[in-house]
Design a protein around this ligand. Structure first.
Ligand SMILES: [Zn+2]
Ligand SMILES: [Zn+2]
Length: 558
């Protein structure tokens, strides 16, 4: 049969467009009834206090599952959790290869080993500058500077147009331990005159100017380490290998040795060393070396910059670390920023150090951390290099996406698309936008179970956390006599000691009073007793507490 529809190239963001985190996007090529798909990134978001008990959140892949036969591959831009954290949860079901650079592949393999996951994910090696084909797509990875090694932009070329999917990037001429953004290659692609759409990082689109360089951060860290009278401890993101290298070099210059604490940091620095990224860097010592080194000959590198209670830096702050102890006069550097949602934990951690007389240095005091994302001048430079006719801002909350879109329009980009998760954007041969075209949403990882928010029970969990739980249980016989119970169990309600009446006595009193008030004949009706007790207990407790508890009543008739 003749082809009914022309070829088109579409982009479908499934996560990360409208929020920061859980990035996942799909590119589809072909006639509209027979598209082939590649997926770029498969990340997670960390749950907040409104999702009690949930570990991770990821994009709902139902749309891809519905097209599973035509999904050809997953391509990873880099190994930050928001880009690759869901691969081992979601991708095995597709039984299709994952393309990744050596570092990203090693991170995935290490995660698989750490979590004891056995799966069928085949990893294919992606090498910068060596294009490969997947069905109708030719994909080329291009170096971009970011806060982790081997971050890549992707040039995805088809017979009708090209996409530059930037991934996370910045322009940093001197990114310690990482390759700089390959502006030359981007410019070459831009000069080819192929119709181009730019799918681009919006994280810092509200910020003017240019992001500070890793080199400037390294210089500040070196100065702070050299000038410290006693110990120096530094916490940073474990995956920021460039930062670990900067600290190691600064320590060496200052005649100090680096002691490392934190499993993730050990794991990632081992990977970096195995891949030859740390040539000339002295080995990091294990935490047990801490006590053997003089106070002014040591730099501690530790995990936990987000205030995680069980991580090394929180244990050091509480004086509970098995090997590492800081004293008044030591210097603690937070070479990091607090990811939104973690601010309180980080401030609490910093206050613990201050209370103990330990000097803290944060990015508010000195340039000891820099972003991995482009500010406005860098975004404009990217537009000039790539010369896109179409811009789709991604990787941001609504405010970031809107600011990025406005910047693109100001800069004269012809088509600027305000897409959100679940939209379908036709990029070629012409641009059009179909909001809400595909099913999207979130999946929660709750213990071992992956489920939708509706399936998760989180709503009830939240309700329980506000209202506690009262259970009343009793047996009645056919003539309405209570033959067993009532038993009462109360969880999560206030137990005020010198209140005239305890909540237990209050609930028992209401239950007994209510039972008495029901004529014996009607008391043999379990449903009636159930609803009378529910109402009475909720009402009485509300009158006392000012809040309605969750109440469950079991009435058995024997
Ligand atoms: Zn990243
Ligand atoms: Zn990211």
């Amino acid at each position: 049969m003749a082809k009914a529809f022309p070829d088109e190239l579409v982009f479908v963001p499934l996560g990360g467009v409208g929020e920061i985190g859980m990035n996942m996007g799909a590119y589809g090529f072909g006639p509209r009834n027979a598209r082939k798909w590649i997926v770029v990134d498969c990340g997670v978001t960390f749950a907040g206090p409104s999702q009690p008990g949930i570990e991770l959140i990821m994009a709902d892949p139902t749309f891809l599952e519905d097209n599973a036969d035509d999904v050809l591959a997953l391509i990873l831009t880099h190994s930050h959790e928001d880009h690759y954290g869901a691969v081992l949860d979601l991708w095995p079901a597709f039984d299709r290869p994952v393309y990744a650079t050596d570092f990203t592949a090693a991170m995935l393999t290490a995660k698989r080993a750490a979590d004891n996951i056995v799966d069928n994910v085949a990893i294919r090696r992606m090498v910068v500058g060596q294009p490969f084909t997947v069905g109708p797509f030719t994909v080329e990875a291009i170096n971009v500077a970011h806060s982790i090694p081997e971050s890549c932009a992707l040039a995805i070329t088809t017979s009708i147009g090209r996409v530059i999917h930037t991934g996370d990037w910045k322009l940093d001429p001197n990114p310690t331990g990482n390759a700089p953004t390959d502006e030359k290659r981007l410019a070459e692609l831009g000069a080819e005159g192929v119709p181009t759409a730019l799918i681009c990082d919006s994280t810092n689109a509200l910020k003017d100017g240019t992001s500070p360089s890793e080199e400037a951060v390294a210089a500040n860290l070196a100065e702070l380490i050299a000038s410290a009278p006693h110990r120096v401890a530094i916490t940073t993101f474990a995956s920021n290998v460039g930062r670990l290298i900067a600290v190691a070099r600064a320590a060496e210059q200052a005649g100090r040795q680096v002691v490392m604490s934190g499993r993730a940091m050990h794991r990632i620095s081992t990977i970096a060393r195995e891949l030859g990224m740390m040539e000339g860097i002295a080995p990091f010592l294990d935490q047990d070396a801490f006590k053997t080194l003089p106070r002014n000959k040591i730099v501690v590198l530790c995990t936990g910059s987000q205030g995680e209670a069980r991580a090394a830096v929180a244990r050091i702050a509480r004086g509970e670390h098995p090997a590492i102890d800081l004293n008044a006069g030591d210097r603690m550097i937070f070479s990091s920023w607090a990811i939104p949602g973690n601010e309180r934990e980080v401030i609490d951690l910093q206050n613990m150090f201050i209370d103990r007389g330990i000097e803290i240095v944060t990015q508010n005091d000195r340039l000891v951390h820099t972003t991995g994302h482009p500010r406005r001048e860098e975004l404009k430079r990217m537009y000039d290099l790539v010369k896109p006719q179409t811009l789709v801002p991604v990787h941001g909350e609504a405010a970031h996406l809107e600011a990025h879109a406005a910047l693109g329009r100001q800069h004269g980009i012809e088509n600027v698309v305000h897409a959100r998760n679940g939209d379908m954007v036709r990029l070629f041969p012409d641009v059009s936008h179909f909001p809400g075209e595909v099913r999207t949403g979130e999946l929660y990882l709750d213990g071992n179970i992956l489920c939708t928010p509706d399936e998760s029970g989180v709503k009830e969990r939240r309700r329980l956390s506000f209202g506690g739980h009262i259970v009343v249980s009793l047996c009645v016989n056919g003539s309405g006599q209570v033959v067993s119970g009532p038993d009462v169990s109360i969880e999560g309600l206030p137990q005020v000691e010198d209140d005239d009446e305890s909540v237990d006595a209050l609930v028992r009193g209401v239950v007994n009073g209510t039972l008495k008030s029901i004529p014996p004949k009607r008391r043999s009706d379990p449903e009636l007793v159930d609803s009378a007790l529910q109402r009475a207990v909720r009402g009485e407790v509300n009158a006392w507490w000012g809040k309605k508890p969750n109440v469950t009543v079991f009435v058995h008739r024997i």
